[in-house]
Write a protein that binds this ligand. Structure first.
Ligand SMILES: *Cc1c(COP(=O)(O)O)cnc(C)c1O
Length: 357
C-alpha cells in the first residue's frame, strides 16, 4: 500500500450521518445573508476551543486571505510577504490587485526575517502578510512593532497554526486578521473551508457582510462576494471536531516517534521557546538537493511519497513582474521535504520510512 505525505482524517461515518441527518430533514443546506445553523454551531465550538473571538467560517483559506485584504480596505499597493509558503498566499495578494514584496526567511524556523522587513517598506506599503509556516510562530511582537511604527496592517496567513499557542495565547490572536484553511490535508478540516479571525468587532462585521454578497438580508450595502461555507461541510467539521483531542494526541505520537528514530541523523527546524506546537507537519532538511532527490527515489521505489514542501521559493515563480532575491528561502526550498504525517500513520510505517532514509 502506498503512503502519501498526508491522509485526510475522517470520522466514523455514523457520526457524520448523525450531524447531517437534520440537514436532510430541514432542507437547510446553506444561507443567503446569514450562514446556516450548523456553520454557526461549528463557529461557536471552534472559537471556544481556539480561545479567539470574532471567528468567521469562509469557503476556503485563499478566499479568507482575499476577504481579509478587502475588509481592511487594501485595494492596491504593496504587501510585504514571505516566499516560503504555499502559492495561495502570493496569489491572493495578486488577485486583489496588490503587489507582493518578498522578504527572506529565518534559517531556523523558516518564518519571515523581521530584521529585513524595514528595508522593504516603501511609501506604497500597506500591509505585512507573514505565514506561521508549518505551525512555527512568526516573531509576532517584532512584526507588530514595525507595523505600528509604519502604520501598516498585519494579516497572518495562519493556515498551519490551528491550535498553536504562543506565550500562552492563541497564535491566531495576533495581527489585525489571521486566516485559517480547513482544506482536507490540514490538521482540522471540513473538506474545503477556511476562517478569518480578527481583533476588531467592526472588521468582523465587514467580513461577515463581504462574504454574504454585501447583502444584509434587506439591503445591498457594499461590494461583496460569495465566501460563505455550507451546512454539509459544517456537519463534517462537527463530526471531526469531536475527535480533535485524539487527532492532536496521535500527531504528537507520530512526531515523537520520528524524532526518536531520526535523532542526530537529519536536520530539523528549531522551534521557538514560547511556542506550544501543534504538530502541523514533519519537515526535514537534507544536506543538499542531490541528497533529497536520492532519498526520494529510494522512498518512491517503496511506494512512499513525501513531498517537496515548499518548493520552489515563490520569489522565483515565472508570472511575477518584479524579481527578488531570497537566498535563504531558495536554499531551504531546494533541500526541504515534509515526511508522511497524519494521525493513523502506524509505528511500523514510520520505522520503514526512517529505515529507508
Ligand atoms: C493550505 C494553505 C492555504 C490555502 O488554503 P485553501 O483552503 O486550500 O484555499 C493558504 N496558505 C497556506 C500556507 C496553506 O498551507
Amino acid at each position: 500500500m502506498s503512503i502519501y505525505v498526508t491522509k485526510p482524517y475522517l470520522p466514523p461515518l455514523e457520526e457524520y450521518i448523525n450531524y447531517a441527518k437534520d440537514i436532510f430533514e430541514t432542507h437547510i443546506l446553506t444561507g443567503q445573508a446569514v450562514s446556516g445553523p450548523k456553520i454557526k454551531l461549528l463557529e461557536d465550538r471552534l472559537s471556544v476551543y481556539l480561545k479567539v473571538k470574532n471567528f468567521q467560517m469562509v469557503t476556503n483559506g485563499t478566499v479568507a486571505l482575499q476577504l481579509a485584504l478587502k475588509a481592511l480596505d487594501i485595494q492596491e499597493g504593496e504587501i510585504i510577504t514571505t516566499p516560503f509558503t504555499y502559492v495561495a498566499t502570493t496569489t491572493s495578494i495578486l488577485w486583489e490587485r496588490c503587489t507582493p514584496v518578498f522578504v527572506d526567511i529565518e534559517p531556523d524556523n523558516f518564518t519571515m526575517d523581521v530584521k529585513k522587513i524595514e528595508e522593504a517598506i516603501t511609501p506604497k506599503t500597506r500591509a505585512i502578510m507573514p505565514v506561521h509556516v508549518f505551525g512555527y510562530a512568526c516573531d509576532v511582537e517584532g512584526i507588530q512593532q514595525i507595523a505600528d511604527e509604519h502604520n501598516l496592517k498585519v494579516i497572518y496567513d495562519a493556515a498551519h497554526a490551528f491550535g498553536a499557542e504562543y506565550k500562552g495565547k492563541s497564535l491566531l490572536s495576533y495581527g489585525d486578521i489571521s486566516t485559517l484553511s480547513f482544506q482536507a490535508t490540514k490538521i482540522f478540516h471540513t473538506g474545503e473551508g477556511g476562517a478569518c479571525i480578527c481583533k476588531d468587532e467592526n472588521i468582523h462585521k465587514k467580513l461577515d457582510l463581504a462574504k454574504h454578497f454585501g447583502f444584509d438580508g434587506t439591503n445591498y450595502l457594499c461590494e461583496g462576494i460569495n465566501g460563505k461555507q455550507e451546512e454539509l461541510n459544517a456537519a463534517l467539521g462537527l463530526a471531526i471536531f469531536d475527535h480533535i483531542d485524539e487527532i492532536f494526541a496521535r500527531r504528537k505520537h507520530v512526531s515523537d516517534y520520528y524524532d526518536m528514530l531520526l535523532k542526530g541523523k537529519i536536520a530539523r527546524p528549531k522551534q521557538q521557546e514560547n511556542l506550544k506546537y501543534n504538530y502541523a507537519y514533519y519537515p526535514v532538511l537534507f544536506e543538499n538537493e542531490k541528497e533529497l532527490l536520492s532519498v526520494f527515489e529510494r522512498l518512491n521505489k517503496n511506494s512512499i511519497y513525501p513531498r517537496r514542501y515548499f518548493y520552489p521559493s515563490l520569489n522565483t515563480i515565472p508570472y511575477l513582474k518584479d524579481k527578488y532575491e531570497c537566498k535563504i528561502s531558495e536554499d531551504i526550498s531546494s533541500r526541504i521535504a515534509c515526511l508522511p504525517f497524519y494521525p493513523d500513520l502506524t509505528d511500523t510505517e514510520i520505522e520503514t520510512i526512517c529505515g529507508l532514509i
